[in-house]
Unconditional design. Structure first.
Length: 275
DNA sequence: ATAAGGCCCTGACCGC
DNA sequence: TGCGGTCAGGGCCTTA
């Protein structure tokens, strides 16, 4: 599932492909994909726009246009944004197609149909609720402590809350808590300063390494839920310590990795190393 | 304010 | 082989 490292990879790899290209047309075949403007108005608003600089905020891709508008793309579970040859067919899971002035196409493909696209002049309303970027100074130990203070919910669930820190999803929450040696079911408000620092540092470490390896691709055959824009796999799945390794030995102590459910999400951890 | 549960979707997978 | 039921999972919405 695309989280911050996967979205960062998309932004880095798509910008050189698309920058300077002009959209010559757009077709929407699953209207709910378009969050704004209304799907009926989307093709006309997109047509004629030229791609400029790309950015990322949390798990949102921000494709800046020369006009100042921004095409915001959230891949959610299974979304993919891929540049294709001009004669590429749209399969049943391709819900938005853009024509480009170099003859190629840009396809938004999404098996689960949870992904969303906005084309807006002002990104602020879409991004307003997001917490700090993990690599920003604003994601300090003190700030994290303030956001977790008094919270009784499990720290794992709180790491998935995008208003606490932006960009962490199920894979990286589990991997960060393993590195931090914190049990995922611990109430967030119970962490002391050293533990908060361990969580903060581990989130950065795991996301940074995953960006270097261009994300995690999990082998779910047809549901292969993350591929880079060119269709290649990322490499961080080879370094997962706990995620989807239930029953396998902990790489540190050998205790079998345990799977539990927290906040309706599968959670994987080492019951010996994580206190 | 916080927490918990439902919902959107589809394909994989399981048991019979 | 075929079929029905269950599950995963991010973000948003509703309910308590």
């Amino acid at each position: 599932m695309p989280e911050l490292p996967e979205v960062e990879t998309y932004v880095r790899e798509l910008e050189p492909e698309l920058r300077g290209r002009t959209i010559t047309g757009a077709a929407v075949t699953w209207p709910r994909t378009i969050a704004a403007p209304h799907a009926d108005a989307f093709p006309a608003m997109a047509t004629g726009q030229c791609f400029a600089r790309f950015h990322r905020r949390g798990k949102y891709m921000l494709l800046g246009m020369e006009s100042g508008d921004t095409l915001i793309v959230h891949l959610r579970m299974t979304g993919k944004l891929q540049v294709k040859p001009g004669d590429a067919e749209a399969d049943r899971h391709t819900h938005v197609r853009f024509g480009l002035d170099d003859g190629r196409q840009l396809h938004f493909h999404d098996t689960r149909k949870f992904g969303r696209i906005w084309l807006v002049a002002d990104t602020q309303p879409v991004l307003a609720k997001l917490g700090p970027e993990p690599f920003a100074d604003e994601f300090s130990v003190a700030e994290l402590g303030k956001r977790l203070a008094g919270r009784r919910a499990a720290v794992k669930g709180l790491l998935l809350d995008q208003s606490i820190v932006a960009g962490v999803g199920n894979i990286y929450a589990d991997e960060a808590l393993f590195l931090a040696q914190i049990a995922p079911q611990r109430p967030g408000g119970d962490l002391n300063e050293a533990e908060l620092r361990a969580v903060r540092d581990s989130v950065r470490q795991v996301l940074g390494r995953a960006i270097e390896l261009r994300g995690s691709s999990l082998g779910d055959s047809a549901l292969q839920n993350y591929l880079r824009p060119g269709g290649e796999q990322g490499g961080f799945q080879l370094e997962h310590n706990v995620f989807r390794r239930t029953g396998e030995p902990c790489p540190v102590c050998g205790t079998p990795i345990r799977r539990i459910v927290i906040a309706q999400r599968s959670t994987h951890y080492c019951p010996h190393c994580q206190k």
